[in-house]
Design a protein around this ligand. Sequence first.
Ligand SMILES: CCCCCCCCCCCCCCCC(=O)SCCNC(=O)CCNC(=O)[C@H](O)C(C)(C)COP(=O)(O)OP(=O)(O)OC[C@H]1O[C@@H](n2cnc3c(N)ncnc32)[C@H](O)[C@@H]1OP(=O)(O)O
Length: 155
Amino acid sequence: MDAIDAFQDHYPDNVAHCYGCGSQNPHGHQIKTVWDGDETVTRFTPEPYHTSVPGYAYGGLIASLIDCHSTGTAAAAMYRQAGRDMDSLPAFRFVTGSLHVDFLKPTPLAGELVIRGRVKEIKGRKVVVETTVSAGDVTTARGEVVAVQMPENFG
Ligand SMILES: CCCCCCCCCCCCCCCC(=O)SCCNC(=O)CCNC(=O)[C@H](O)C(C)(C)COP(=O)(O)OP(=O)(O)OC[C@H]1O[C@@H](n2cnc3c(N)ncnc32)[C@H](O)[C@@H]1OP(=O)(O)O
């Protein structure tokens, strides 16, 4: 994967500190998401310190991966729908309105996880994204995120 093409590499530095996806946060996950046809994909290898039950990944990590994968997917989908380059202005900036996660199976700590997203709906300032987390052939978690474009007066 060419990291330079990742959605998160287009986030301006002043909003790139997110714990899940900010390239400017040295303590964060720094996920990188790209298009794969009509789906989006992130690959992430958990570390031993991401443990819940020994040998398995902490659910908060899984939720975090789904969260930031989905908000990145929402931004990319809006640019794609508008036929715009991700560096063009005004920027589409998304935050999480709602994050739902179903933990289907324990997620092993060993090896790479593949996170895949699909846009379910784009309506106004809202994008609904369905995202799965897989370890090998096993889908271990499934999430749905309502991502909403950041209002001018965020906070
Ligand atoms: C590519 C380059 C670009 C640059 C890219 C920059 C990056 C940009 C920052 C990156 C950062 C990453 C982010 C990581 C993910 C977080 O972790 S973000 C942190 C956690 N989230 C927050 O702190 C958000 C706090 N909540 C809020 O600020 C506000 O409630 C929200 C979410 C902005 C929504 O408020 P609002 O704008 O007043 O929304 P509103 O107009 O009422 O609703 C709009 C639509 O959204 C729906 N909606 C709103 N809230 C909800 C909800 N909770 N549940 C379900 N639906 C909802 C509404 O129903 C409505 O839908 P429709 O009726 O149109 O169908």
